[in-house]
Design a protein around this ligand. Structure first.
Ligand code: GLU
Length: 621
């Protein structure tokens, strides 16, 4: 049960334009900038001060939430490294951002090692139960795909959670803290509580109907049957106990012990509220599915841009490949030549092409062959770049290219419709005094996940399996992202680390479902081509072209002077869908830039999702 206590001072919304202005004019050299700084206050019910930009030394954290960043910062201050801080921050996000992240979900962690200069990754993506089949999300009578809203609020969409295994794997390989020490501050935070802000309330409100349909979810997130009031303190003692159970019994208890049994029982018997019995479809998960779960370390995908080395997450996410392919295409043009309308045109076209290709070729590498290297080759980029006409936008849906065979014809065929993909998730970045870096995106899929809380355990289960294509996207063509036993659904998460001469230069990532790819790509184009500082690149208005006839855009993008020129080229814009704020938003990025003078600049969103929180260990003012 959550505990709501009184009304406290409302969280002040600081930053926005001020932080961005403070972040100074853009430098012309890639990865070198100016901007201000901050630390924070102790974790607990009083919110730490929140700033979208921080500059300093000794390590940094940037996340969507000041309580979470503060937990990570404290770990760094006490001698922990970037991995320790990333796990600590993620565990705290499970407390303060429970609708976007938590131990009921999964994610991808990319890590740079300052000693070896290697980049490694952990694939903590959820897996489908062994009983899942290609047609599990179709109506057996008609063969039609299940209604997405029915699938979203069901046990059927719950994948085997990978987050705890990710933390265990990362700490074991690269951390200095035990699992128990890494999660203890977050257990304390869950006990002590956090002050509800407008964002948390809005996200709860958006989920209210779903949450009311599931008893333990209603009890936890609608305490007293009501939406949590802004300014009140939200406590989650169940989650505190769960973190302590994991600390005492070890993380394996989520896979083979008491927590595993609780998860499986909940998935098989979703605890519907009175009047909602029979409306929540049970899932297929069994104990063996949890027991056999692994979070493998994988080679990152690699590409280059302007002499920089980009390391991204490979399949089972499409993020690293799509961002890398789009940049490979862009580098064949003079995007930084000062014509911003042309730069945006090329950004949108490269994204359109990369989406056509990722939809056709990327799936779980343990069950399908993904031609990652070929998709990131310069030969494929040349074939695909050839389609871009500076005077005319391509038509969507555009057909995918074939990375296995060169297309000398340069032909733009008609492709398949885009699969449905939602928007939620969270991204954090950390660095430490030794120069290690972590870029970590984690999620429970849609905001509020499956809406199914594990009774008395204080966390929501994911609905990640809705990221599978329920039926082939293009009838008659092999679809690498159909459901299957033990399979990971294709993701868009794109945690990215960029090196310059073998040393970190920039790290970035974002939430936002399929718009994660475009947000990361646009942020990099803004930073590396359009002369913006990192805070400006993160704050700039966004547009997201995902091989659709219309490009989704934020209101500020629609107000850009370049819009008319883009429309003359044939681009058609539509406002991005509203999520939980009155204004449509795309993504909510965080990043760190490593500057030539040895300082780091940590940056978070100034406005989106209520504004994020960047902190450094030793601020320079
Ligand atoms: N399920 C999404 C993905 O893996 C992330 C969740 C979201 O942001 O919607 O790409």
């Amino acid at each position: 049960m959550a505990v709501l206590v009184g009304l406290e001072k409302s969280v002040s919304r600081r930053t926005t334009a001020a932080a961005v202005l403070l972040a100074t004019a853009a430098a012309l050299t890639a990865c070198s900038h100016e901007a201000p700084a901050d630390g924070g206050a102790p974790a607990g019910a009083t919110p730490p001060s929140k700033h979208a930009v921080a500059i300093g030394r000794g390590g940094a954290v940037s996340s969507v939430n000041p309580y979470a960043s503060k937990v990570g910062l404290d770990i760094l201050r006490h001698g922990g490294n970037a991995v320790d801080a990333a796990v600590g921050t993620a565990a705290a996000l499970g407390v303060v951002e429970p609708y976007s992240a938590g131990i009921g979900g999964g994610g991808y962690l990319v890590r740079y090692d300052a000693r070896t200069h290697r980049v490694d990754t952990v694939d903590g993506r959820e897996t489908a139960p062994s009983r899942m089949r290609a047609d599990s999300f179709t109506d057996p009578g008609t063969g039609e795909p299940m209604d997405p809203s029915e699938a979203m609020d069901s046990g059927l969409s719950v994948g085997v959670p990978g987050t705890v295994k990710t933390w265990q794997e990362a700490l074991k390989r690269w951390g200095t803290l035990s699992f128990a020490k890494a999660v203890e501050p977050s257990a304390a935070l869950a006990d002590k509580g956090f002050v509800v802000n407008e964002e948390f309330r809005a996200q709860t409100e958006m989920n209210e109907k779903r949450f009311r349909a599931v008893d333990p979810t209603r009890e936890l997130f609608l305490p007293g049957g009501r939406l949590p009031a802004v300014g009140s303190t939200f406590r989650n003692p169940d989650l505190a106990r769960t973190y302590r159970l994991l600390a005492q019994q070890g993380p394996d208890t989520l896979y083979t012990g008491r927590l595993a049994r609780d998860i499986v029982h909940t998935v098989q018997h979703p605890p519907a509220a009175e009047g909602h019995e029979g409306t929540v479809t049970p899932g297929l998960m069994r104990l063996g599915d949890l027991d056999s779960y692994t979070a493998p370390t994988r080679r990152p995908v690699h590409s280059t841009y302007h002499g920089l080395d980009l390391y991204g997450m490979g399949p089972s996410t499409s993020g690293g490949i799509a961002v890398g392919e789009a940049l490979n295409i862009l580098k064949r043009f003079s995007v930084s030549n000062g014509d911003k309308a042309q730069a945006l045109h090329h950004y949108l076209e490269a994204s359109r092409i990369a989406f056509a290709d990722r939809n056709r070729w990327v799936g779980d590498p343990s069950t399908v062959h993904v031609p990652s290297d070929k998709m990131l080759s310069r030969f494929f980029a040349k074939d695909r770049a050839c389609l871009i006409n500076p005077h005319r936008a391509l038509n969507s849906p555009l057909a995918p290219g074939d990375p296995n065979h060169s297309d000398h014809a340069c032909s733009a065929g008609k492709g398949a419709r885009q699969p449905h993909e939602g928007t939620s998730t969270t991204h954090l970045v950390t660095s430490d005094r030794w120069g290690n870096v972590v870029s970590y995106t984690l999620t429970i899929e849609q905001t509020g996940g499956s809406a199914i809380t594990v009774p008395d355990r204080g966390f929501l289960l994911n609905n990640e399996l809705t990221d599978f294509d329920f039926v082939p996207v293009s009838p008659g063509t092999y679809d690498p992202n159909l459901p299957g036993p033990g399979k990971r659904p294709r993701s868009s998460m794109s945690p990215t680390i960029i090196l310059k001469n073998g040393k970190p230069c920039l790290t970035v990532g974002s939430p936002g479902g399929a718009t994660i790819i475009t947000t990361v790509l646009q942020t990099l184009v803004n930073r590396l081509d359009l002369g913006m500082s990192l805070p400006q690149a993160i704050a700039a208005p966004r547009a997201s072209q995902r091989n659709a006839a219309q490009t989704e855009a934020e209101p500020d993008f629609l107000a850009l002077p370049e819009r008319k020129a883009l429309e003359r080229l044939g681009h058609s814009f539509v406002p991005a869908p509203r999520t939980f704020t009155p204004r449509p938003e795309i993504g909510a990025a965080t990043g760190i830039e490593f500057r030539p003078d040895g300082t780091v600049l940590a940056a978070a969103e100034p406005v989106r999702r209520g504004g994020g929180s960047a902190m450094v260990v030793d601020p320079v003012h």
